[in-house]
Ligand binder design. Structure first.
Ligand SMILES: Cc1cc2nc3c(=O)[nH]c(=O)nc-3n(C[C@H](O)[C@H](O)[C@H](O)COP(=O)(O)OP(=O)(O)OC[C@H]3O[C@@H](n4cnc5c(N)ncnc54)[C@H](O)[C@@H]3O)c2cc1C
Length: 460
């Protein structure tokens, strides 16, 4: 989940309203895309547009609900309806509002966060939070089921099946349907092979996306994240009531952080790494060890691991197929946050389909999906880039991490961090405070003798 780092995105990012009103703000786009209006596409007669969403995580659930509400005939294919995605489950406050999440699906409201340095210096962050502000902690089996249920209530057909592959329209007939092949879990021992013809496909099937493979979307670098859910004694659980911990150091990860996040009646303890995947269990043991007094007497009730994408795939749209969420590669570096971005990209992509098809009455075209990509990149690309740079500066050595934790004590950093993380719309920074922060940050790094070493290593 995101913390300090989002603040820096905030210092540099324009508020979203600025994007809307100033055409000049478009100049920073990484790869300008061309929107082809779909209004010229053929009107469908006698049936609405048919779209399949593959994968029923936050990206798929949000996409399917938006499509169904928008008049599109929607199929949501999920292989495991009680799936508990390995995940810390931290979500920003704005997700609760934007996705209208009921409070009873949120296990904990975290208002305190401890950032703990390699030498175990703990800095309390979250002191600037207002009384109503918090980071939500959810169990993914609960959140995902809720979002799928809402898609179903909006009219989506939820299919419990494993998507296997799809036949693309032949080059000579590019407007022909996509034929999906899947294994329907209908209660029989091995399921039943089925096929489904649709006009468009949204791939929300996570980091190991088969949809991505079907359209030759290319690979991304990934981190492996490992997590244990540990049931700790009630007396110990009281400490984590509304508190989360983040540990940094070579021992817990060479390029990420370790965490202890509170859940309903247990804590989730985990870590991740891109560069030393083979050592993940060693890093996990070290994370557990760092928190050992606080989780003493605990019993591991679940062990889970999963890849986390490091950057978007080379190709996220091909014809009338688009990727969203982890399938597209939308997790922020440094923080490993992806739930909000998954739901948001699913919704954004589906909105482009609803708009392009005029409420499901016309065929859609690749241009409609490119509109989603353009909007996505314009809104979030700077955030991803800044977090990428921060990871390179602060996560590469213990002196740099000590400096990073020291910097977290700054109230201004905390305020910017939480505003950016919780709301994902960024208030412009105060120039004087920004300057002070920059000076303090450099001071911290120099004191830790880390700046030169780190800057030598990176090429920005
Ligand atoms: C250990 C760990 C901790 C994390 N902690 C956090 C955190 O605290 N906060 C945060 O914001 N992010 C966190 N993330 C990242 C977050 O989990 C992902 O970014 C998020 O789950 C992406 O959502 P998604 O809907 O794109 O994909 P997923 O959640 O992966 O959902 C994909 C869905 O597709 C289904 N599926 C896959 N293949 C098929 C198929 N062939 N047919 C049918 N269905 C299929 C799966 O069963 C699954 O339900 C963490 C990740 C890990 C690994």
């Amino acid at each position: 989940m995101a913390t300090i780092d989002q603040a820096f995105a905030g210092l540099r990012r324009l508020p979203s309203s600025h994007h809307r009103h100033s055409p000049k703000s478009h100049h920073h786009l990484r790869r300008p895309t061309h929107i082809v209006a779909a209004r010229s596409s053929p009107k469908l007669s006698g049936r609405p547009l048919r779209v399949a969403v593959i994968g029923g995580g936050p990206a798929g659930g949000a996409a399917a609900e938006t499509l169904a509400k928008g008049g599109v005939e929607t199929f949501l294919i999920e292989r495991k309806l009680d799936n508990a995605k390995p995940c810390g489950g931290a979500i920003p406050l704005c997700m609760v509002g934007e996705f209208d999440l009921p409070l009873d699906i949120i296990d904990r409201r975290v208002t305190k966060m401890k950032m703990i340095s390699p030498s175990n210096v703990a800095v309390d962050i979250g002191q600037t939070l207002k009384p109503h502000e918090y980071i939500g902690m959810v169990r993914r089996e609960v959140l995902d089921a809720y979002l799928r249920e809402r898609a179903s209530s909006a009219g989506a057909t939820v299919i419990n099946g494993l998507f296997l592959k799809m036949d693309l329209p032949p080059p000579q007939d590019p407007s022909a349907p996509y034929t999906l092949h899947y294994n329907l879990y209908d209660g029989s021992a091995s399921g039943t092979k089925q096929s489904l013809s649709v006009d468009a496909v949204i791939g929300a099937d996570g980091a190991n996306s088969r949809v991505a493979k079907s359209i030759d979307a290319g690979d991304y670098e990934y981190a492996i994240a490992f997590q244990e859910r540990i049931k700790i004694p009630k007396s110990k659980m009281a400490y984590y009531e509304n508190l989360a911990e983040m540990y940094v150091g070579d021992d817990v990860s060479p390029d990420f952080y370790g965490w202890v996040f509170p859940k309903c009646d247990h804590v989730a303890v985990g870590t991740g790494t891109v560069t030393h995947k083979g050592d993940i269990k060693k890093f996990q043991a070290a994370t557990r060890n760092r928190a050992k007094e606080k989780i003493e007497g605990g019993r591991i009730i679940r062990v889970e691991a999963h890849p986390i994408p490091e950057h978007p795939r080379p190709r996220r749209v091909a014809g009338r197929v688009a990727l969203v969420g982890d399938a597209a590669g939308y997790v922020t570096k440094c923080s490993g946050e992806g739930i909000y971005f998954a739901a948001k990209s699913g919704r954004m992509c589906a909105e482009a389909v609803v708009e392009g098809s005029e409420g499901g009455r016309r065929m859609v075209e690749e241009g409609d999906f490119r509109g989603y990509l353009e909007k996505w990149d314009k809104t979030y690309w700077p955030t991803y880039k800044v977090l990428d740079v921060l990871q390179k500066v602060f996560y590469r050595s213990n002196p740099a991490r000590e400096a990073f934790v020291e910097m977290c004590a700054d109230e201004y950093v905390q305020k910017m961090t939480f505003d950016s993380y919780l709301y994902k719309t960024v208030v412009p920074g105060n120039p004087l405070e920004d300057l002070k922060l920059a000076v303090n940050t450099i001071g911290s790094l120099v004191r830790a003798n880390a700046l030169k070493r780190e800057m030598d290593k990176i090429t920005l």
